[in-house]
Design a protein around this ligand. Sequence first.
Ligand SMILES: N[C@@H](CCC(=O)N[C@@H](CS)C(=O)NCC(=O)O)C(=O)O
Length: 204
Amino acid sequence: MILYYQTHSPFARKALVFANEAGLAARIEVIHHETSPTRRNERVYAENPLGKVPVLLRAVGPAIFDSDVICAYLDTLHDGRRLIPESGDARWNALVLQSVAQGLAQTGINLRWETARRPEQLRYAILRDGFVEKIQATYDWLETALDPTAPLHVGHIALATTLSWMEFRDLPSFRARTRLTRWFDEFEQRPSMLATPLFGETHD
Ligand SMILES: N[C@@H](CCC(=O)N[C@@H](CS)C(=O)NCC(=O)O)C(=O)O
């Protein structure tokens, strides 16, 4: 399989950390692609009409995207414990956490448009403040809602890769939340995280 990846994307890293945790990384060739809504990447568009990474190319069958779907697909390819629990509260807790982590990363991207990516005269301070509020509210929610004792699941992977990216991009810090911080610092030491460092700049 080939993974269209980006070394500074929280979503792409989530898919690759998942592959590592599922024992599938050796079956995946990782190819870096730069993407931005202001710069068309033809090879990515050829596979994903949204022009975004990650995208997983299989030997047979259409490409799979986005990161949620790639993780769900990868979870069908290994014989270990499912990283997306199949039923009950365990399933819904994992999927809600994944969804919150996805939303947090997307809000971080939105905030970067209003603070760094958009030309200065086009930035909108009220929108910037609204995104910061969402990020802080999400950190507060995570501080109480995250269950650090649950067996590893896709929500943890999505959250750790998002928080790591928030720090990498100097976005508002979560570190005042002590439970969340303790959990994250421990998670960051996992081999799957150490094998997938973030680096590189966005090209708009
Ligand atoms: N929901 C998607 C989000 C993917 C995404 O936003 N990827 C960014 C890189 S971090 C991208 O390729 N952006 C290019 C664009 O928005 O045109 C997922 O989880 O895979």
